[in-house]
Design a protein around this ligand. Structure first.
Ligand code: GTP
Ligand code: IMP
Ligand code: MG
Length: 360
């Protein structure tokens, strides 16, 4: 059976943490990375160490799982080899020979082109220029790179055979719905669609084989880079919002100051980009975007992360009964607004900080 995990807002929803939780908890056989490429930064804590992964699937924390990178994903060879060494996953990660390769020229263009860098505010990882060259049909593929040779495989064949054998497959997407090239806030988007259907395409699995789509949201909305954000918290609108006034007060009580309200909230929540170290803008939970993205993604369940950042009393709680009434009603409101039940709630960055509401 196939489960897809996908971001429902603007990326950085905590997919890394939730994929590693599911990989271990459900003891999945296979974890495959979909999505754009190394523009994603997934944060995972494993055995007391923090990993900022951009290529290797976060499911590597399950040491028995086979790991794959699908043909749709752009590969940065040096970054890939570095993460293979960092995670010690060389004997169980395989990459499709048809993955397109990011070269230095793509990274140079991504960080020097004024439109990409300043207007779109890209990550500079070379993904946009590489996908443009891929569409131009002049890009190099992984099968042409000697250093990639030991890792190559036919990923669709591997995954579909695993499914035929009754194995479980977890698909890890990247970015978020609002950054989709097709459905996001164009032109402030990434260079590909970011929905669950695209994740299946990325790794070569047909839609009829997908059983579960879990759409992940943070308990609030963040956005790194340029582009509109309708739920942004500002000096003006915080006045009418008692919950956010309380969060701001908690931040100030911790001695956080400097900058405007949004800077204070970003500092309090430690919202800095994993890849670019840029400040992420902070907004209230964008319920309209969440509803729409769950619809397009075909969500079978939703996951809400970082609840502990707004409601510190729920930090590391793992049982629904242990959540405060205000957290329960916050979650209920999101479920009603989105129209999909919550299946997982995250109450801290550690793998085990999860309230799992799925039926056994
Ligand atoms: P992209 O693919 O870049 O969109 O990344 P991502 O969805 O994997 O998220 P990323 O790791 O960039 O950012 C999420 C941040 O929140 C990381 O620092 C996580 O460690 C942290 N995090 C995830 N879940 C929780 C949670 O429930 N509580 C707290 N306090 N932190 C969390
Ligand atoms: P690109 O994907 O590097 O071309 O960047 C395009 C837009 O998507 C920029 O606004 C980036 O900040 C944003 N973006 C790309 N990848 C991520 C991600 O993994 N998390 C959050 N934002 C991202
Ligand atoms: Mg990220």
């Amino acid at each position: 059976m196939v489960t897809i995990v996908v971001g429902g807002h603007f990326g950085d929803e905590g997919k890394g943490k939730m994929v590693s939780y599911l990989a271990v908890k459900d003891d999945v056989d296979v974890v495959a990375r979909a999505g754009v490429g190394p523009n994603a930064g997934h944060t995972v804590y494993h055995k007391g160490k923090e990993y900022g992964l951009r290529m290797i699937p976060c499911g590597f924390v399950n040491e028995k799982a086979s790991l794959f990178i699908g043909a749709g994903v752009l590969v940065d060879t040096q970054r890939f080899l570095k993460e293979v060494a960092l995670t010690g996953s060389g004997d169980r990660i395989r990459v499709d020979g048809r993955c397109a390769i990011i070269e230095e020229k793509h990274k140079r263009e991504d960080s020097s082109d004024k439109y990409l860098k300043d207007k779109v505010g890209t990550t500079g990882s070379g993904c946009g220029p590489a996908n443009a060259e891929r569409a131009h049909r002049t890009i190099k593929l992984a099968r042409e790179i000697p250093e990639m040779e030991p890792y190559l495989a036919d990923v669709p064949l591997e995954l579909n055979t695993a499914l035929d054998d009754g194995k479980t497959v977890l698909l890890e997407a990247s970015q978020g719905f609002g950054l989709s090239l097709f459905y996001g806030t164009y032109p402030f988007v990434t260079s590909k669609d970011t929905t669950s259907s695209m994740a299946a395409v990325d790794v070569g699995i047909g839609p009829t084989r997908v059983k579960e789509v879990i759409v992940i949201y943070k308990a609030y909305t963040t956005r790194v880079g340029e582009g509109p954000m309708s739920s942004l918290i500002t000096e003006e609108n915080i006045e009418d919002n008692p919950l956010w006034q309380e969060v701001l007060k908690d931040a100030e009580d911790e001695g956080i100051d400097g900058g405007d309200v949004n800077d204070i909230l970003a500092k309090y929540f430690r919202e800095w980009g994993t890849v670019t170290q840029r400040k992420r803008r902070v907004g209230a939970f964008d319920i309209e975007l969440a509803r729409y993205s769950s619809m397009v993604n075909g969500a079978t369940g939703i996951c809400i992360t970082c609840l502990d950042k707004i409601f510190p009393e729920c930090r590391s709680v793992t049982e629904y009964a242990g959540l405060s009434d205000r957290v329960k009603s916050y979650v209920r409101e999101i479920e009603e607004g989105v129209g999909v039940n919550a299946v997982l709630l995250s109450t801290g960055p550690e793998l085990e900080d999860v309230v799992d509401l799925r039926k056994d």
